[in-house]
Ligand binder design. Sequence first.
Ligand code: DCS
Length: 478
Amino acid sequence: MALEYDLLNENVKKCQYAVRGELYLRASELQKEGKKIIFTNVGNPHALGQKPLTFPRQVVALCQAPFLLDDPNVGMLFPADAIARAKHYLSLTSGGLGAYSDSRGLPGVRKEVAEFIQRRDGYPSDPELIFLTDGASKGVMQILNCVIRGEGDGILVPVPQYPLYSATISLLGGSLVPYYLDESENWGLDVNNLRQSVAQARSQGISVRAMVIINPGNPTGQCLSEANLKEILRFCYNEKLVLLGDEVYQQNIYQDERPFISSKKVLMDMGLPFSKEVQLVAFHTVSKGYWGECGQRGGYFEMTNIPPKVVEEIYKVASIALSPNVSAQIFMGLMVSPPKPGDISYDQFARESKGILESLRRRAKIMTDGFNSCKNVVCNFTEGAMYSFPQIRLPTGALQAAKQAGKVPDVFYCLKLLEATGISTVPGSGFGQKEGVFHLRTTILPAEEEMPEIMDSFKKFNDEFMTQYDNGFGYSRM
Ligand code: DCS
């Protein structure tokens, strides 16, 4: 039998994805046993009670059930602008939502994405260089698949990082080249670290070919400054790397000092020779922002300075899967061209989206403040994205107890937290971290009204844990 464990592709066995790892499995078990679990392991807003935005669901509902458009009463259930948009999107398809689209996505939606990018950045964007995907994940996988030829190819990945990158690189048999974000500098990125990482990889015979940035960061929540992005792009130019800009959290910003600025805009602002030479692929999704439509699986990537022959090859590979989800493409179209002032649905849309973002901003603060009030816990402010990533200084007594239990120390801590409080988090080791330093990741997504209670229960658990395992022999390092 070919599908025997011993005969499996070794890359499949090597690949790890902590967001749905041991902690998640244990949480699911406890839930089956009837325990109340607060799932903060995945950035999945609707699963934690966020309501969908009304307008896009109205449009997609009509696209899914086009016979409603022929019903004389349709205007009583749906506003005229939703009806018009549904007709518009149906006209872009070749047979409605049940028909495959072009493998790059519907040309009309790709044009809307290009217009959005142009409005956002102030530079032209070409729909031919935009591919729609089933979530950003599929796009990242497609591009890494094209870059990685074998273990001699290295991809620079931030540590801590979102494990889509480490898992996909393992799966494709490439080499992950880590660069460390500096926790004491609010998870900033120091270009000197990048140079060291590349030099070290080269000394091991690895040719570094791409660099990933996650901006705003997952799990670290930092927003990169324009100056930092410039340094990164200059570095990619000097080292001839393609920059993979994961910008899925671009709407999730919770401070005013560093608004989101796209890698594409910074690259174009830099002018020649950079703007014509640095290769960039930037990713976006309908899963995040105030949309949170994770289950719809919609995303796109935009390519800059990628040669036409390469674009053709990427198109060919995308064609093997025939077509991205068509309903998700419509969500993407709606995300990049939401109702405008003066439209019938504008006020409601603005109210709903503003309400979600303002609440997320408050929750980011409640969470970070809550962590910082706990014994032996320090947490940088969540500037953006959907996560807090507190550092937990574990007493040596806890390190010993973890060893006895055969667990990595942060897994041990997170399991105890889960059993005591029902809060399901992801241990920091799942994202990579410096040796001997421990973290956990939680989303900032639980309902705002439940937040104080969750933080109280976390604090009670943590402070008791620290007392229980404090043996007077110090703590893990910072
Ligand atoms: N990039 C980053 C940085 C992400 O955090 C995620 C999802 C994705 C890409 C992929 O999203 P989609 O495929 O849905 O577009 N974040 C996961 C996480 O850490 N928690 O929830 C999902």
